[in-house]
Design a protein around this ligand. Sequence first.
Ligand code: ADP
Ligand code: MG
Ligand code: MG
Length: 933
Amino acid sequence: MRLNLAFLALALAGASAFTVPQPIAFRARSAVYSSSPPSIDQRITETLSEVPCFPFGAGEKGRSADDKWLLGGKGANLAEMSSIGLSVPPGFTLTTECCREYCSNWNGELPPSIWSEVTAQLKVVESKMGCEFGSDTNPLLLSVRSGAAISMPGMMDTVLNLGMNDVVVEALSAKTGNARFAWDSYRRFLEMFGNVVLEIPRSEFEEELDNIKFERGYFEDNELQVDDLKTVVSAFKEVYVKNKLAFPDDVNEQLRLAIGAVFGGWNGDRAIKYREVENIRNLLGTAVNVQSMVFGNMGLTSGTGVCFTRDPNNGKNELFGEFLIDAQGEDVVAGIRTPQPISELETAMPEVYQEFKKNTEILEQHYGDMQDIEFTIQEGKLFMLQTRNGKRGGEAAVKMAVDFVEEGLIDKKEAVNKVLPEHLDQLLHPSFSDTESDTYKNAVVASGLPASPGAAVGEICFTNEDVVQKSEKGIPCVLVRDETSPDDVAGMYASEGILTARGGMTSHAAVVARGWGRPCICGCSDIKIDEAAGTLTITKEDGSTVVMKSGDFISLNGNTGEIMAEKIGVSPPAMKGDLEQFMTWVDEIKEIDVLANADTPDDAAEARKNGAVGIGLVRTEHMFFEPERIGQVRQLILSKTEAQTKEALDNLLPYQRSDFEGIFKAMDGYPVTIRLLDPPLHEFLPGVEDEEVLQKLSSQMSMTVPELVEEIKSAAEVNPMLGLRGCRLGITRPEIIEMQVRGIIEAALNAIDDGVDAIPDIMIPLVGKVQEFKDQAKLVRATADRVFEERGKTCKYRVGTMIEIPRAALTAHEIAEEADFFSFGSNDLTQMTFGYSRDDVGTFIPEYKRKGILLDDPFVTVDVEGVGQLIKSTVKNGREVKPELKIGVCGEHGGDPRSVEFFANDAGLSYVSCSPFRVPIARLAAAQSATKK
Ligand code: ADP
Ligand code: MG
Ligand code: MG
């Protein structure tokens, strides 16, 4: 039962699950929610508004899209469309607060105060429509539609044609003179009501329908005649009986139950899973829209469709959609019949098309964004049923943002907010290297609809569970299904791409895949899936077949719809065209710098290409792991004599020097922040079982193997992460630091000799006390002076510190006296502030998130209340001492958009630093943050 899950969402929503049911007190609220979601604290203290219901349609004015936290996206936009004069069937919206009330206090009952509002509002709708709900002469039918503040495609269910029974169907038939339409609406209602409200599996209805169609020799639903439809209605009623459920003839009972089911659906498994995946949590619930029906199933001058105002795949400014003549809403999305492209509406119904086209322009102008529209045509009259900002792929997002600015629809600041970090991420993903080559062309075995762009290469999986299991092991998977259902969201999310045999460009699969940036090919009729046998049979153009098994590699080209029965090579993306233009606006707007974490000249070059203006972290130890170097490092650690130490250091120096030189060259003119050796030394040592290495090392070091093993054992620490690492190592083994600093300074001087502007920033790790910093800074400066003297010239350099131990944060004012810059090592700072071992959090963080103890993984998104507090006070204290102190962050958080916003807007950092491939995303996040200041 859906409601059993109520407590979970409540925990997420921050409300108490254990409140005793009580009538609602409709108290006035302090403020109406505006364009941003209310904070959690705000919500706990808020109660229901005076008015739980808002009318829309028939020119109703007053509400706006800003009310979406209260009215849900669908309700707010229906209100908005009607207030700007578009034709919207009248109705009313029950607020998200009603949903919370229903879920938290009423245990599946509709509160009487809400019901009395419903009946009052219904009267208004009846008078607007000039008909009456449940009337036996002039009946009004309703749709009951869910809609949360954030669009959740396919997650919440809609009931159409509500208000039907044996009497009403006759009345409707007599009133319209269209018996086929009346009975068609009745059978639709029986199915939807049975499925959504009473939870009878849809397949039980579909089976009956298929049987009747088969008996009559029909292919499509709209071939059913009045008598057939009556048979369907009887069969559907039997389905209720078989399930021991009563179909309520009372239309008010229908309405009451349907509203309850939509509210209850908020806590359904699918909805919860979707919110989890999408990280949606600060919502009260879903709103319910009760709306008078308009009918697309009234014959050949009626129809229904869905349409994007621009192409959501490539951003082209042309309508992208589908419609069906003589059909009702769900038919298009469910893929029951093959829809026609929207362009054909122009010939089918020219006047409707013109009005529709005009509406799309009005809506784009009004919302300043591409719209995703649902509409119905009843006997030649157009009705707008939904609009929302459309989901889009990365390429489209960037092109539209650029076009909107050029068309004068929005300004650059708005434009940078039209592209999501995920969009850039998609664009920065690899694509198939050479789609013009013969190798590629010959590999193509079939093609389907290019529903969501990108290259996907992975193992074939036929089930949701299979994808989830394999992807957890790091195996790339492609989900292959007849059609995806909302139950597949977890697998869709975990997959590299999705291939379906059925469904169109606006099918649920296509919409969800685009939203998540998963490449997707839909409606590929050349494939046949046998889930039981675990095979995929592809019929090629020439009629021959290819049989593939679960686990075989398949490649999908979401841009073209081409399918390859093998692993196809991919190559990295390029910054050009619209993307290049867009990124120049990003850089104009952002107020902090974005640097990269890079350890090699190649990474540094990559970082520059992605727009990094320096390196915020070079992890010098990463230079030590290469095969020819590690032996020297081991000798250094284990050496017993000064000679052995010196030999190892002398051997390592040239490596360090040449690496740094390469990095300085790649970063010509930009700062390179180099962290001195940080990890615990035993990380470099071989395992005591590693015979071959031990043999070699023992002869290199003139030790016996047992002696060596003893040495290795004695270097082990109980808790290495809190042991001899960072500056502690530097303080106990200064000769290592001397070698590193020599390498850095010599490299800088060499680079400068070659005409490069080298800017070394030397950074001391794991400082907790100012004395530690002083010791190491002195060593750094003395070593640099020595090199300057030897070389007879100098260069500029700075000595700064990592802030990653809470003690350093707490004594920032002292450290700022000595240090030239601060860089937050936010990973360690998080680890030590929470006392969570970063490498072991996997055992409890998922449960913590489920229980709402942690809302985010603090190693992914900076913990604003705790760690963030330390960061803010460090910045404040540091800058009090040195107002111009350069302060940045080099932990993983530097590439996380929400963390970037905190660093830029709340903490006031000068820069963030992240992995080279995250740099464009961090730049975008920085620009978006600047617009939110
Ligand atoms: P979803 O959120 O899944 O898109 P909707 O509430 O938009 O669900 O309903 C799905 C479809 O049902 C709509 O696209 C529309 O075609 C049809 N529909 C909803 N309300 C009405 C109505 N009042 N009259 C006619 N069709 C409707
Ligand atoms: Mg739906
Ligand atoms: Mg809809």
